[in-house]
Design a protein around this ligand. Structure first.
Ligand SMILES: *Cc1c(COP(=O)(O)O)cnc(C)c1O
Length: 399
């Protein structure tokens, strides 16, 4: 019989399709076995604990609110929630979606959870009942807090988010004193904290901080209790000592990456808390003139070995890694060549086939300077925030 499309389809029709599909559905997790050729993300609790210690030191012992937004900067919010639960240097966590707040509560994080976002009433009430702190994203949030407090029958702890110049979220600074006085004296809210975010532009930050200090001073003079002041993200921890205030609120540094410009300082030693890993799926020899991947951007000038890694930009490895990034296999790094496709990355091995199918590769992590997330960001010409936050939520996680 000729092997045609029709015979393939009729052969497939003869297979017991339903039981196969059911078996696949009942499989608990994407394969994360040690021998799997699926790429995976390894998360390192020890590194997160060490980073938390460094942050607490940089913050001069002030309490640390760890920002775990955007799936904990790509690492996985549930997993990171479980890790932070046991780290005493982290006093609280902050998120930007109700879903993430619930996930943290679900893993039993027994630290305050701050939600820095607008939420609808139904979500707000459910969150408040679980102890999550709402923020004021504009003046109308004052009325929402009153509604929720009435429903739950008690004043609720909140954080007053003020807009001192980002024009993103918060009560605009020009009307903030009035707002704080009204919120603080209305009986519905207990203002546990008052906060702002910086634009991370040197002179402008100084002006923002001055605006914030003015509002805080005026509100307190008016007799309102406005709780702990916080403003410092990772950048301010390194570059704006006077903004550390009562408590700090960093994200990026928790996961071991440096804000722009901070890696060259020796103010702190952070450890990337994750590794993007995969196992070599193919090793082959190219002849002179053979090209690699979409666009054939790479053409071998002389015979050379190349290795294929089954991990690509759909998993979060940057497309632009082809502009100078390297991959660690064994104790050597190999340059990325050709193109990073959705699920594949190819590296040049060289004249000797020093890499074998099944060898473990690390595309990002703390193990070599070339694969440090900040180095990847620099070589690929992208933001280090993108390097972390684009890690796919579908990657199997291993601790
Ligand atoms: C993201 C975010 C942070 C943390 O910023 P990093 O630069 O990651 O430290 C702090 N505060 C707010 C309001 C944020 O949105």
């Amino acid at each position: 019989m000729e092997w045609s499309r029709r015979s393939f389809l009729s052969a497939a029709a003869a297979l017991p399709a339903a039981p196969v599909a059911l078996a696949a559905m009942s499989r608990p997790q994407p394969s994360a076995s040690a021998d799997s050729f699926e790429p995976w993300l390894q998360v390192d609790p020890t590194a997160i604990a060490a980073n938390a210690r460094e942050i607490a030191r940089l913050a001069g012992g002030r309490p640390v609110i760890a920002v775990v937004k955007n799936n904990a900067y790509g690492l996985g919010v549930r997993l990171v929630g479980e890790i932070l639960r046991d780290i005493d240097d982290i006093a609280a966590c902050a998120v930007v979606t109700p879903g993430a707040a619930h996930e943290l509560a679900d893993v039993g994080l027994d630290k305050p959870i701050l939600l820095m976002a607008r939420v609808e009433d139904a979500d707000a009430e459910a969150l408040v009942r679980r102890g999550v702190r709402l923020s004021t994203v504009d003046e109308s949030t004052g009325a929402q807090i009153e509604r929720i407090a009435r429903r739950v029958g008690d004043p609720i702890p909140v954080h007053a988010y003020l807009d001192t110049g980002m024009s993103r979220l918060g009560v605009p600074f020009r009307r903030a004193t009035e707002f704080l006085v009204s919120l603080g004296s209305g009986g519905a809210a207990i203002i546990e904290g008052t906060f702002m975010g910086f634009a991370e532009e040197d002179e402008f930050d100084a002006m923002q901080l001055a605006r914030f200090a003015d509002v805080a001073r005026d509100a307190r003079r008016a007799g309102v209790s406005i709780g702990a002041l916080h403003a410092a993200s990772s950048h301010a921890l390194f570059f704006r000592q006077e903004a550390l205030l009562d408590t700090v609120r960093p994200g990026l540094v928790v996961y071991g990456a440096y804000p722009a410009g901070a890696r060259d300082t020796d103010a702190a030693s952070l450890t990337p808390a994750f590794r993007l890993r995969a196992r070599v799926a193919r090793v082959t020899r190219l002849e002179a003139g053979d090209g690699v991947s979409y666009g054939q951007n790479y053409v071998a000038e002389r015979p050379t070995w190349v290795a294929t890694l089954p991990v690509g930009h759909a998993d979060g490895y940057p497309r632009r890694a082809v502009e100078g990034c390297e991959v660690l296999i064994g104790d050597r790094v190999y340059p990325v060549i050709g193109a990073v496709s959705a699920s594949h990355t190819i590296v040049e091995v060289g004249e000797e086939p020093s890499v074998r199918v099944g060898d473990e590769a690390i595309l990002m992590g703390p193990d070599h300077p070339a694969i440090h997330p900040n180095e990847i960001a620099e070589r690929a010409g992208i933001s280090v925030y993108d390097v972390l936050m684009h890690l796919s939520a579908r990657l199997p996680r291993r601790v």
